[in-house]
Write a protein that binds this ligand. Structure first.
Ligand code: GLU
Length: 475
């Protein structure tokens, strides 16, 4: 069996959203699932729109999601000499030919064809054929180079998403594979065109599976014909349906899509986003929540969805919540520290290592979808809290005041653990004939700054006793 080799081939023209990066996730996971090789190729031939910043954002996004690259990044702009040599080779082998038809002539041809209700296409004027005399080469005109597309027959492939696709060769023009050379150049080969560069790259990089957006389906028959002309059988193709936004439009920055790195900054776990994106166009039975390892074990190209996935932020949040629950507390702790460090919070030494911070994570993670939310909750342990004055006034009534003071007194001497704290609460409730919420809510407000938390004894236990006593001190 040949080794699987896949690639992600983004054009670095700005911004990368979750819909785009799914085209990296699938080839990556397929390579990992098949013990293959994952290649990154930067398609930067649109010099006007490409930028290094955009490349950096792609790299950063992939790094965050853990889509590690085995080969590359290769930059198409650095491979121009190779593409030009390949065009020359096509010319030398009679697989391509110079075409001197000017744009004015082409326009006139197109108009005539449209007027005759024909599909506009190049008419083969400059295509050499046995026994055919070509027009005299016009002086001073630099030609484009066209590929000699096969005449008759068809080109077909079994797309892993779309099934069998067959296109008649008569539908396909002789594709321009190189633009005119610049004035004074010593070769007639100018800048190679997009589709040609892709073919040479897929060939040189020995790509076995092309997994990409279905906006490229129209390029595929042309690319297959060129590959075959060069003596290469085409790879397997899987054309992924576009990802739509909640309104059913193509996901895009203009339509409000956020950059991948924004989800990182919002504290989403990378594995949760990988899980969510994987499901947005692929399935493994009814499984909604899975780890990266399970995804790698299960992924194949046979269960790719045919219909367009629709991005749903609420579902992403739900998936993220499930991942927060199953992520080990020891893994969450450093992520919380990272959030605090971004905020400039001074973290007591007791929390920077050891078991305390993981225990805090364990207690609160079920209520969070992101590590930002978890860091918000746990902020009560590292910074002063500011309960709302109104809420305090409503809760700290004259009946409650002496109970808080008595509880504080008890807490100053008990063994500092959950059971003893629970007992102190109970005794205080009995002493003042109060019900649990009548004391627990004021205590939460004073110590945690909010009226709802997990079980109050469990929450208090993780504080320094001194801190609790200080916050329970009523003036
Ligand atoms: N550069 C193309 C894009 O960004 C991808 C081409 C391909 O995967 O063949 O859409």
């Amino acid at each position: 069996m040949t080794q699987v080799r896949t690639r992600f081939a983004p054009s670095p023209t700005g911004f990368i959203h979750l819909g785009n990066i799914r085209s990296a996730l699938y080839p990556w996971v397929f390579a990992r699932a098949s013990k293959g090789v994952f290649i990154l190729r930067i398609e930067d031939t649109d010099v006007e729109r490409s930028s290094q910043e955009a490349v950096d954002v792609i790299l950063e996004s992939m790094q965050w999601l853990g889509l590690d690259v085995d080969e590359g990044p290769f930059y198409q702009m650095q491979r121009m000499d190779r593409y030009k040599a390949a065009v020359q080779e096509m010319l030398d082998k009679g697989l391509a030919y110079p075409c001197y038809m000017s744009t004015t002539e082409l326009d006139a041809l197109r108009e005539a064809q449209m007027a005759a209700k024909q599909k506009p296409r190049y008419d083969g004027t400059w295509r050499p054929e046995a026994g055919k005399t070509l027009p005299p080469v016009p002086v001073g005109v630099r030609p484009v180079i066209r590929f000699k597309n096969p005449i008759g027959g068809s080109v077909a492939w079994d797309d892993k998403v779309k099934g069998r696709i067959e296109i008649s060769n008569d539908e396909l023009d002789d594709l321009v594979i190189s633009r005119p050379a610049s004035e004074g150049a010593d070769s007639i080969v100018g800048t190679p065109t997009y589709n040609f560069c892709v073919v040479i790259d897929d060939l040189d990089m020995a790509i076995t599976h092309v997994i990409r957006g279905d906006d490229h389906v129209n390029n595929t028959p042309r690319q297959i014909n060129i590959l075959r002309a060069l003596g290469q059988e085409p790879p397997v193709y899987a054309h992924l349906p576009t990802v739509l936004n909640a309104e059913g439009e193509k996901m895009s920055k203009r339509h409000g899509a956020k950059a991948v790195t924004e989800y990182r900054d919002e504290g989403y776990l990378a594995d949760a986003v990988v899980n969510y994106l994987a499901r947005l166009g692929w399935s493994h039975g009814d499984d909604e929540i899975f780890s990266r390892q399970q995804l790698i074990e299960w992924f194949n190209l046979d269960h790719l969805g045919k219909s367009a996935g629709q991005f749903d932020e609420a579902k992403l949040r739900w998936v993220a919540q499930q991942h927060m629950k199953t992520t080990a507390d020891g893994e969450l702790a450093p992520l919380v520290l990272a959030q605090w460090s971004k905020r400039g919070v001074t973290v007591p030494a007791a929390l920077t290592d050891g078991e305390l911070l993981p225990r805090m994570c364990a207690l609160f993670k079920d209520r969070c979808a992101t590590t930002v939310e978890l860091a918000d909750w746990l902020a009560m342990y590292v910074a002063d809290v500011q309960p709302s004055a109104d809420e305090l006034a409503g809760q700290i009534t004259d009946t409650v005041r002496p109970a808080v003071a008595a509880l504080r007194e008890r807490l100053s001497t008990v063994t500092w653990d959950k059971a003893a704290i629970a007992a102190a609460l109970k005794e205080t409730l009995a002493q003042f004939s109060l019900k649990m919420p009548q004391l627990a809510i004021p205590v939460r407000l004073l110590v945690c700054g909010r009226s709802q938390t997990p079980s109050v004894d469990a929450v208090l236990e993780l504080f320094e006793r001194e801190n609790v006593l200080k916050r329970l001190q009523l003036t």
